[in-house]
Design a protein around this ligand. Structure first.
Ligand code: ZN
Length: 681
């Protein structure tokens, strides 16, 4: 299970939710698309329901959004030790440029700066490879020299020339700091990763350092290393802890300032306790306090407003210990949460009626309580690229003893959906008008339900037979686990029970999700793979596994077929009922593999259906996708919040607006929320 769900539903991956060739009324009124460059598109999201919060709740959100912005510099520095100096140098050029803005160099410069903002550094946010500028070194040198040196991040006692000499190879030389997170087996992962979580230590030294800290058989292990940089100076290895008075103190002081104000307007005592512990953690850096905070956070369920604002996910560390700074400020979407509550309340019925062998079913099952949220502000590692779902905390023992919170961020998925209207994707890849109309009508709702069923029930269903090792499926475990959860969701989506519970509006609504899933699994997800490569990522493997298995095992009855129209390939689903039966059959087999820990069968299943790509089809899909000129990755600008005062100077409201463009917002953040030094050696 992934703690952070970046893109779960297939349709969102490629922007084919409930798309339509004509823009909806809502999309006409609100401009969801903001900017497009390189492989990125910038969107804007709305915060529906904010106006309906009480003044106190609005203020609570407001103070937390301020805290959320203050961590941006921390992430830049964590992503690479030159990132802040590079960003500030580029921004100085951007602000002071006097030359020809139509020149190729300048246009490439703008693209590069926008990419640095997006990635919070010089490496691609997703692939983590360094991207190389399209402007020349001469242009860079010339522009830096043209700027008043007092506006540049020059080290003490150094000159403009020194700055240029230090940054040029980092920006331009493809062999210098080539990858932010290197996971290639055989390499020293610490020395070859450009992220700034280690300095001067080898992988072995880092591993030994933390191995010594861990206690054997600890039932509640501390997340050692989570909030520090590990350095070696004068032969000594030690931690620089992220805390007030320690590393990143200037930013953390600002964050705590806003958290204190937020505490003053919190909704209840539980929230105040959460904030107190988080402040305490920022002050002391004590990881035991961090666990206490996480326990308090997961138990706080009554407030409308919730948040994440600190060191959380460990994807940026090749050793998976050190957390990047991130923030998501949000409040509950009451109407949509009724859907996930209904699902959880009926968890036992779903377990009892599933098509798997009764020996593998749980006698008592508890659905994960998941809620649907509206995000009000994204920060740090959630900005501009954001997950659409979050499942925290990460510590396994807290999940075991206290559970976890699982959320779906519906105003973000809605913005994806609206922004994809009329982008031509469905017209290119969906076989006929009838299917397109079905997707227009029910795609958004059925995709959301898929995510809910996958998260609330799918992962939690079933059990291992006594004595079966939970690690038995090894490297195939996560693909098979995602496969299981998807199949559970899709098998039930077509069940009459779903209509009875009011979870879908029409008996055919599930077909929209079935079609987009199969089309994605067999064809369109290949747009994310380079020609000649196999499929590696576990969610992508799971989708192809399901789609290909159903294609082959339904061949005799012609359940799914490939059709050629004017030389182009399309997926046709000839029998939706039989497809559902195939999902049920495969679910039973995947559950058996998991429950019995049948490694060989799991391996066979993945290697046969999930990995290999048909090169001819792949080539065709890539060419058709390219012709649409779409950006494969998306991110968001945030709304702006403003305190509204009456004549007496009392705050009477918090106003939200959506007018900023991308560069404008980035420059404002760099001006108003930038407290760290350029170099934090
Ligand atoms: Zn999952």
């Amino acid at each position: 299970m992934k703690k952070l769900i970046f893109i779960t539903t297939t349709a969102l991956l490629l922007g084919v939710g409930s798309t339509s060739c004509t823009k909806s009324e809502d999309a006409e009124k609100f401009n969801y698309t903001v900017d497009k460059f390189a492989d990125l598109q910038i969107l804007r999201y709305q915060v529906p329901g904010f106006e309906d919060l009480t003044l106190n709740q609005k203020l609570y959100v407001y103070y937390l959004t301020e805290a959320a912005q203050e961590g941006r510099d921390i992430l830049f520095d964590q992503n690479g030790k030159y990132n802040l100096a590079i960003r500030r140098t580029l921004e100085a050029i951007y602000t002071n440029f006097k030359g020809d803005k139509e020149s190729n160099d300048y246009k490439e410069f703008e693209v590069y700066l926008k990419r640095v903002w997006f990635a919070n550094g010089i490496h691609h946010h997703y692939a983590t490879d360094k991207f190389i500028p399209g402007f020349s070194q001469e242009f860079f040198t010339e522009q830096v020299k043209a700027i008043d040196p007092s506006l540049l991040p020059i080290r003490e006692g150094k000159t403009v020339e020194d700055l240029i000499a230090e940054l040029t190879p980092v920006i331009f030389d493809k062999d210098v700091m080539p990858k932010r997170v290197n996971l290639a087996a055989g390499d020293d992962l610490v020395l070859t990763s450009a992220g700034n979580y280690y300095e001067g230590v080898t992988q072995k030294e880092a591993e030994d350092f933390y191995a010594k800290m861990r206690k054997p058989n600890d039932n509640q292990p501390i997340s050692y290393g989570l909030n520090s940089r590990l350095v070696k100076k004068d032969g000594k290895v030690y931690e620089e802890v992220y805390k007030i008075g320690g590393r990143y103190t200037k930013a953390l002081e600002r964050i705590v300032y806003w958290l204190e104000l937020a505490k003053g307007v919190a909704e209840n005592d539980d929230q105040r306790k959460v904030i107190d512990l988080l402040i305490e953690f920022n002050k002391t850096g004590d990881l035991k306090t961090f666990d206490e905070y996480a326990v308090a956070w997961v138990q706080e369920l009554t407030g409308m407003v919730d948040f994440i604002c600190g060191f959380t996910e460990v994807y940026g560390d090749p050793l998976g210990m050190k957390a990047s700074w991130e923030a998501s400020i949000n409040f509950k979407n009451i109407k949509a949460s009724a859907r996930t509550e209904t699902i959880s309340a009926n968890a036992q019925w779903f377990e009892d009626n599933s098509p798997v062998d009764p020996r593998f079913k749980k006698e008592t099952v508890k659905g994960v309580t998941a809620k649907v949220i509206t995000v009000a502000m994204l920060g740090g590692d959630c900005y501009p690229s954001t997950p659409i779902g979050i499942n925290l905390p990460n510590a396994d023992w807290i999940r075991r003893d206290y559970g976890s919170k699982s959320v779906t961020i519906e105003n973000i998925t809605y913005a994806y959906d609206q922004a994809s209207l009329g982008n031509g994707f469905k017209e290119e890849f969906v076989i006929d008008e009838e299917t397109r109309l079905l997707m227009d009508k029910y795609g958004f709702e059925s995709d959301n339900l898929h995510t809910d069923l996958h998260e609330c029930l799918g992962h939690g269903s079933g059990k291992l037979l006594p004595g079966v090792d939970s690690d038995a499926l090894k490297a195939y475990a996560s693909t098979l686990e995602e496969t299981r959860a998807d199949l559970f969701a899709m098998y039930y989506m077509a069940d009459p029970k779903i209509l009875e519970l009011g979870l879908l509006p029409h008996k055919d609504a599930y077909k929209a999700n079935y079609y987009s899933y199969i089309m994605n699994g067999l064809m369109t997800q290949l747009t994310r793979i380079e020609l000649g490569n196999n499929i590696e990522e576990s969610h992508m493997r799971n989708r192809q596994l399901i789609a290909k298995w159903c294609l082959e095992n339904g061949a005799e009855e012609n359940v799914i077929s490939f059709e050629k129209i004017d030389g182009k390939s399309y997926i046709k689903i000839n029998d939706y009922d039989k497809l559902r039966q195939l999902f049920g059959k495969l679910l039973a087999e995947i559950q058996r593999i998991k429950s019995e820990g049948d490694y060989e069968a799991g391996k066979e299943m993945v290697e046969t259906y999930a990995v290999k790509v048909d090169p001819e089809l792949h080539k065709e899909v890539l060419a058709r996708y390219k012709s649409l000129n779409l950006a494969p990755y998306k991110g968001f600008v945030n709304p702006q919040y403003r305190l509204v005062e009456n004549e007496a100077g009392n705050v009477v409201d918090v106003a939200v607006s959506y007018n900023e463009d991308y560069a404008e917002q980035m420059m404002r953040y760099s001006k108003d929320y930038s407290s760290l030094d350029s170099y934090n050696d």
